[in-house]
Design a protein around this ligand. Structure first.
Ligand code: AMP
Ligand code: MN
Ligand code: MN
Ligand code: MN
Length: 284
C-alpha cells in the first residue's frame, strides 16, 4: 500500500473526549474522503465495534484503535495502539486500570478550581461527559467555556488546566512498557502519538524513542493535526533515523474545537514506511 492513502488513524468520540458519536465520526470521515480510518479514544476501546460497523457501512477500511496515557520522565506521553484484537482480555484490564484514577483526579481538579473562584466544576464537567469512566480535562474546559470564563478550550488549558494552574492535578498514568505490551500482546502495533508536543529535552526524547523501540514499539506519528509543517520534516527524519514506520492522523475531537478535520492532512512523505503497510493483515 502506498503512502498516498487518505488514512486518518487518530480521532476521538463521545466514548472519550470527542463530541461526536462513532457513527457521526464515520460519516464525517467518509464525506471527507478518508479511505482507512481508526477511532482512538483515550484509554478506552468501548467504541470499537460500533466504529468498525460504521466504517464498513460507509465503505471505509478500518483498524481498531486507542490512545493510551503513559507517564514517562514525569511527562504525559500518548501511545496509540492500532490493529489490536478489541476483545483481548489483558488489554481491556490494562485500560480499565489506567482509567481508574480519573474520577478522583476530577474531584481534586474541581477543588483547585473552586479555590480560584470557579464553583461546581465537577458537576458542570460531568454534563459534557459521554462515558462516566472517562472524565477528562477537555470536559472541564468545555464547562469553563460554557460559563464564560474563557473564549475557547485552548484558553482554558492555558489559564486553568496545565501545570502550575489552579485546575491542574498531577497524575501517574500507565508505564510505557505496559502500554506497549498490552497493544502488542493483543496483536496490535504501538505508535508514539504527536511526538512534537512533549516538552522533552533532546536527551529525554531520545530515551523515549529508544525505550519504546526496545519494548516493541514500531512507529511514530509524523503527519498529525498536532504538528507544524516543520515538525512533519523533523519527525520524518527521526522516523528514518530510528527505523520507525510513520502514521497519519488528525486527532479530531469536535467540529467546534479542532482546527484539523478528519482526513484533511498532507500526505505522508514518500520516503517513509506507512504504518498501514505493516498492518495490512489487521485491516477490516
Ligand atoms: P486528560 O487525558 O484528561 O489529561 O486530557 C487530555 C486531553 O486534553 C488531550 O487529549 C486533548 O484533547 C486535550 N488538551 C490537552 N492540552 C490541550 C490544549 N492546550 N488545548 C486544548 N486541548 C488540550
Ligand atoms: Mn483528547
Ligand atoms: Mn494525545
Ligand atoms: Mn488524541
Amino acid at each position: 500500500m502506498s503512502s498516498i492513502l487518505n488514512a486518518d488513524l487518530h480521532c476521538h468520540s463521545v466514548v472519550s473526549d470527542g463530541t461526536l458519536t462513532p457513527e457521526e465520526l464515520a460519516a464525517r470521515a467518509a464525506a471527507n474522503g478518508v479511505e482507512l480510518w481508526a477511532l482512538t479514544d483515550h484509554d478506552e476501546i468501548g467504541g470499537q465495534h460500533r466504529a468498525a460497523a460504521a466504517a464498513s457501512a460507509h465503505g471505509m477500511k478500518y483498524l481498531t484503535g486507542t490512545e493510551i496515557s503513559v507517564t514517562f520522565a514525569n511527562e504525559t506521553v500518548h501511545i496509540v495502539g492500532l490493529g489490536f484484537d478489541p476483545d483481548d482480555a489483558a488489554m481491556s484490564e490494562g485500560l480499565y486500570d489506567t482509567r481508574g484514577g480519573r474520577g478522583k483526579r476530577a474531584m481534586e481538579m474541581s477543588e483547585g478550581l473552586a479555590k480560584a473562584g470557579i464553583h461546581g466544576a465537577y458537576e458542570g464537567a460531568l454534563k459534557f461527559v459521554g462515558n462516566p469512566d472517562l472524565i477528562s480535562r477537555t470536559h472541564f474546559a468545555r464547562f469553563l467555556v460554557e460559563q464564560g470564563h474563557c473564549r475557547d478550550t485552548n484558553e482554558v488549558f492555558r489559564k486553568f488546566l496545565t501545570e502550575g494552574k489552579p485546575g491542574y492535578v498531577p497524575h501517574r498514568w500507565a508505564a510505557l512498557k505496559d502500554a506497549v505490551r498490552w497493544i502488542t500482546g493483543a496483536k496490535g502495533l504501538a505508535v508514539i502519538a504527536h511526538p512534537g508536543r512533549y516538552k522533552f529535552t533532546a536527551n529525554e526524547e531520545y530515551a523515549l524513542f529508544l525505550e519504546f523501540k526496545e519494548h516493541g514499539g514500531r512507529a511514530i506519528e509524523v503527519v498529525t493535526g498536532s504538528h507544524s509543517p516543520a515538525e512533519y520534516v523533523e519527525y520524518a527524519d527521526k522516523a528514518l533515523e530510528f527505523g520507525f514506520a510513520a502514521s497519519r492522523g488528525s486527532d479530531f475531537h469536535s467540529p467546534d474545537e479542532s482546527h484539523c478535520d478528519l482526513g484533511k492532512l498532507p500526505w505522508l512523505p514518500g520516503k517513509l514506511t506507512p504504518v498501514w503497510e505493516l498492518l495490512e493483515h489487521r485491516i477490516r
